[in-house]
Design a protein around this ligand. Structure first.
Ligand code: COA
Length: 342
């Protein structure tokens, strides 16, 4: 039997600085009441000047590795999902690999905007399920505050900074049961970044900012997450009622509520922390997963659906069979890699 890619460690890092809706009222023509009603967001975190995608990723990764009781030197691979990397290249993953002291690990970045973490997790799981690697670190990290137009009230209230990480380990239980990833690049102009780029019409050496058609994205979001979740659940051979917890991309409370409703699941079955952190793109799902664990909402054998949407346009979902985090115990027989691993 192929190894399963169990999640053995979860980590998060939130910068200390809090930007409230009241703070935003001083920057743009908006109000706390409007922001809460339309998005559910109350506050968000903003990275300090000496923080970056890689430094925050390293903090989240350390917490995940500590929980898994894995020495960074034993990692086989580091995957970083981000749309706000330290630089265009080298990969932020290489900076994280070095910062952690993961001397044996390969490293690369994944950019699929808010679907980045899910894409990285699906990729990392393949390395384990094929037997190629035994320990893979997958991180989502964003400093969106540096690529937000602080004069645009349609975007600056949504996006923020955070990092989340998971350790995937070869095991005989837990891990993904199914996943689906989709893309429709015809909607690329609905959510994109101006800035350092090689395409001349969007290249701008002096600034870097997100451009979004909020209404278009809103309509796309609910339909995309619902259909992806249904597809992944069916692929796992499950029914909607079998799902114990939804961990949706934290973009907007109204989108999360509408998606849960469209799936026929009560809102209580969805993990929600968008009120405290806003939309942290690739960091959103791993941070929410860590907090679901902290809140005691993840139990052995639970069927957990991760679902997300974003720039691309792109969308996807994954069904996880939850096994307890932490080191492998006697009850869990480690599966040895069959090819290529060391
Ligand atoms: N503060 C106060 N008023 C605002 C405002 C703000 N920040 N932004 C827009 N408005 C006003 C508009 O001018 C408009 O006024 P009008 O009715 O007098 O014309 C009204 O509020 C409604 O604007 P609209 O753009 O239709 O708001 P909305 O309900 O669609 O909410 C978003 C805007 C951005 C919050 C919402 O569209 C959204 O969340 N979209 C999805 C974005 C997303 O998730 N992106 C990330 C993808 S990963």
């Amino acid at each position: 039997m192929n190894p399963r890619a169990r999640i053995s460690g979860l980590g998060k890092y939130l910068p200390e600085k809090i930007l409230t809706n009241a703070d935003l009222e001083k920057l743009v023509d908006t109000s706390d009441a409007w922001i809460q009603e339309r998005t559910g967001i109350r506050e968000r975190r903003i990275a300090a000047d000496n923080e970056s995608a890689s430094t925050m990723a390293i903090e989240a990764a350390r917490q995940a590795l500590e929980q898994a009781e894995i020495d960074p030197a034993d990692l086989d691979l580091v995957i970083v999902a981000t749309t706000s990397p330290d630089g265009l290249f080298p990969a932020t993953a290489s900076l994280v690999q070095n910062g952690l002291g993961a001397g044996r690990a390969g490293a690369f970045d994944v950019n699929a905007a808010c679907v980045g973490f899910l894409s990285g997790l699906a990729t990392g799981a393949q390395f384990i399920e094929t037997g190629a690697y035994k320990r893979v670190l997958v991180i989502g990290t964003e400093v969106l505050s540096r690529i937000v137009d602080w004069t645009d009230r349609g975007t600056c209230l949504l996006f923020a900074d955070a990092a989340g990480a998971v350790v995937l380990e070869a095991s005989d239980r837990g891990g993904p049961l199914s996943f689906v990833l989709h893309s429709d690049g015809s909607g690329a102009d609905k959510l994109f970044a101006h800035g350092p780029a090689t395409r001349k019409d969007i290249a701008d050496r002096d600034c870097h900012f997100i451009s979004m058609d909020g209404r278009h994205i809103f309509k796309f979001a609910v339909q995309a997450m619902e259909s992806a979740a249904r597809e992944a659940i069916a692929k796992a051979g499950l029914e909607i009622d079998d799902i114990d917890l939804l961990v949706p991309h934290q973009a907007n409370l109204r989108i999360i509520r509408a998606t849960a409703k469209a799936l026929g699941l009560p809102e209580e079955r969805a993990m929600i922390n968008v009120d405290r952190y806003g939309n942290t793109s690739a960091a959103s799902i791993p941070v929410a997963l860590r907090e679901a664990w902290e809140e005691g909402r993840l139990h052995e054998g639970d069927r957990v659906v991760l679902m997300t949407f974003g720039g691309g346009l792109a969308w996807g979902a994954m069904v996880l069979d939850w096994a307890p985090v932490g080191p492998l115990t006697a009850a869990v027989t480690p599966v040895h890699a069959t090819a290529g691993g060391n």
